[in-house]
Design a protein around this ligand. Structure first.
Ligand code: IPD
Ligand code: CA
Ligand code: CA
Length: 269
């Protein structure tokens, strides 16, 4: 099936799962929260949404593999792999904050070829396919043209379970906060990337992420004309667990700041 047509189908699947999540959020019982690890929350809503998505994707590419957060299925595909976060922003969902999303990507070999991020409460669907451009609810989007910090808005995700780099992180926050319009933490990596793709954020960075947090958003940023790389501007297929996204100019500037703080020892020698 051609990628554009496949994307349309995946958009509908993301919306179906998103509608389920929105409805469950209306009367969500906090007693249903489980902990997968320190500050790592989940509930039946994440798991059921994932089942809805997987069941709908299975017939589209029968031999595709699945890399998913809740692991309702786990298998390697020889050529194609779906990369899914059924509910990105679970902490927001559980605390009744509005920013959470469905994130679905398709990888062919090592290349990301399709991405859909559905921001549920704004009914905003961001999507892209390889060489097809990036879209928000049917309208073409592109990253911001702002390549200096003084008029930029930067997104990030704060560390919440691995605090080893916290001091360095705070130093970066201190530096950025003085030179740009502000630093935001929305709580959904997929939405952060989607907002970079449509120019709401000029750049986004975070570490300790999994492929399913960022794969769909990366496709959308790239097809919107931006970079989605690790902190050193390498396209490393998730191995670093880092993400830096933005237009080429601001990504270069951000990379300089991140390298100075995070990799100081190695750059000094
Ligand atoms: C989280 C969100 C958050 C980011 C975390 C992710 P989850 O995903 O994307 O913004 O800071 O690192 O784990 O757990 O809500 O799917
Ligand atoms: Ca996630
Ligand atoms: Ca999740």
């Amino acid at each position: 099936m051609e990628l554009e047509k496949l994307t349309t189908i995946v958009v509908n699947i993301a919306k179906t799962a998103g509608n389920f999540i929105r409805t469950e959020g209306e009367n969500f019982d906090p007693a249903k929260i489980e902990y997968k690890g320190h500050n790592d929350l989940v509930s039946y809503v994440d798991k059921t949404a994932e089942k809805i998505i997987v069941d709908a994707l299975l017939p589209l590419i029968p031999d595709a593999g699945f890399i998913t957060e809740e692991k309702v299925i786990a298998r390697d595909g020889e050529v194609y792999n779906w990369i899914i976060d059924p509910l990105d922003g679970t902490t927001n969902f559980i605390h009744a904050l509005p920013t959470f999303s469905v994130s679905i990507a398709l990888q062919k070999g090592n290349e990301l070829v399709l991405g859909v991020v559905y921001e549920i409460n704004r009914d905003e669907c961001f999507y892209a396919w390889k060489d097809g451009g990036a879209y928000l609810n049917g309208k073409k989007i592109s990253v911001s043209a702002n390549d200096s910090f003084n008029k930029s808005l930067i997104a990030t995700g704060f560390p919440y379970y691995d605090f080893e780099l916290l001091e360095k992180y705070i130093d970066i926050f201190r530096e950025l906060t003085k030179i740009c319009h502000g630093v935001r933490r929305l709580g959904s990596a997929a939405v952060d990337l989607a907002y970079v793709a449509c120019g709401r954020f000029d750049a986004y960075f975070e570490y300790n992420l999994n492929a399913y947090d960022i794969a769909a958003g990366m496709v959308i940023v790239r097809e919107a004309g931006g970079l989605a790389t690790d902190f050193r501007l390498n396209d490393d297929n998730f191995a670093s667990r880092e993400i830096l996204a933005g237009n080429a100019g601001i990504a270069q500037l951000m990379s300089g700041i991140l390298k100075t703080h995070f990799f100081k020892e190695s750059t000094d020698c």
